[in-house]
Design a protein around this ligand. Structure first.
Ligand code: NAI
Ligand code: 15L
Length: 264
């Protein structure tokens, strides 16, 4: 494609994937409210606050695809969540509707289903059970993507990301781990398939201890290769196991279920 927009490009995922996804487009348009550093050869930097509707409209103009990482990525007060994740999503989808309906990868989260017990296996048809205002904002984003698909034909890969890390570093993310390599291969498939639709995909590697079933999105041809089991001995040796009644052991969303409501 000619131009791929990555929002949240200064963040943890964006700063790695701006390099790992550069082959997907002639030009990467990188955006954030944070410091984006220097532009590399095929990059253009467009700072933008997602809550600014006019700025987001201009940001999306001319883009053939979008990887939407921008927004608050953990629990926070409602005003912060609303501005970045609710208003920001609406502004992005309005801009996509106005500018040629580019295909979108939406970084949803396991926290959209975080209150499910770890004993339960989920597929794309599971009802949402958000564990935080952050999780509620991801449920909103998923609903918005679905509506813009049905009403206007904007295609979105809704990726309920687990935990993207170089390697798993705790017992819970033996189940939730998504390697960078597997995430890159998923995004490649999203932009390669002729027809995407608006699927829900669980963003996890091929972990033996996984909780999620992606069989409904087999048509994407995504085959994650990494498996947290490679690191099991290391985790067992170095990381104390939390008590059996700890949120990190009971719920898929782990400690997010124990968050209160934050004041501004
Ligand atoms: P991050 O917090 O490191 O990056 C998010 C970026 O969004 C930051 O650079 C921040 O400056 C930017 N941002 C925040 N508010 C903004 C606004 N109003 N306008 C423009 N930019 C704004 O988060 P990370 O880890 O890179 O995650 C990226 C996305 O993936 C987030 O949407 C997060 O919710 C989602 N996700 C990440 C997971 C992970 O394992 N890292 C797991 C599940 C979901
Ligand atoms: C998320 O949604 C967060 O953005 C990330 O920072 C991690 O907490 C991840 O979920 C997780 O559940 O490990």
């Amino acid at each position: 494609m000619k131009r791929l927009l990555i929002t949240g490009a200064a963040g943890g995922l964006g700063s790695v994937l701006r390099v790992r996804l550069s082959h997907l487009a002639e030009t990467l348009r990188l955006s954030d409210i944070g410091d984006l550093g220097e532009a590399r050869a095929n990059e253009e930097l467009v700072p933008c606050d997602l809550s600014d509707k006019a700025a987001v409209d201009a940001l999306v103009d001319g883009c053939d695809g979008i990887v939407h990482f921008g927004g608050r990525s953990i629990e926070d007060s409602w005003s912060v969540i609303r501005s970045a994740n609710i208003d920001g999503m609406f502004n992005l989808y309005e801009a996509a509707r106005n500018h040629g309906r580019p295909r979108i990868v939406f970084a949803s989260s396991n926290h959209a289903v975080g209150y499910y017990p770890q004993s339960q296996r989920l597929d794309a048809d599971a009802n949402t059970r958000p564990d935080s205002l952050y999780g509620v904002s991801k449920v909103f984003g998923e609903a918005l993507a679905s509506m813009y698909h049905d009403k206007f034909g904007v295609e979105t890969a809704i990726v309920r990301i687990g935990s993207v890390l170089d390697k798993p570093d705790g017992h819970r993310n033996m189940s939730t781990w998504l390697s960078f390599d597997d995430f890159v291969s998923l995004i490649e498939r999203v932009f390669a398939v002729p027809k995407l639709g608006c699927p829900i995909i669980y963003g996890a590697s091929a972990n033996d201890a996984g909780w999620w079933d992606n069989s409904k999105t087999g048509y994407l041809g995504w085959q994650p290769k990494d498996n947290s089991a490679t690191y099991r001995a290391e985790i067992e040796a170095n990381t104390p196991r939390p008590p059996a009644d700890a949120p990190d052991v009971l719920y898929q969303g782990g400690l997010f279920t124990a968050e209160g409501i934050y004041e501004d």
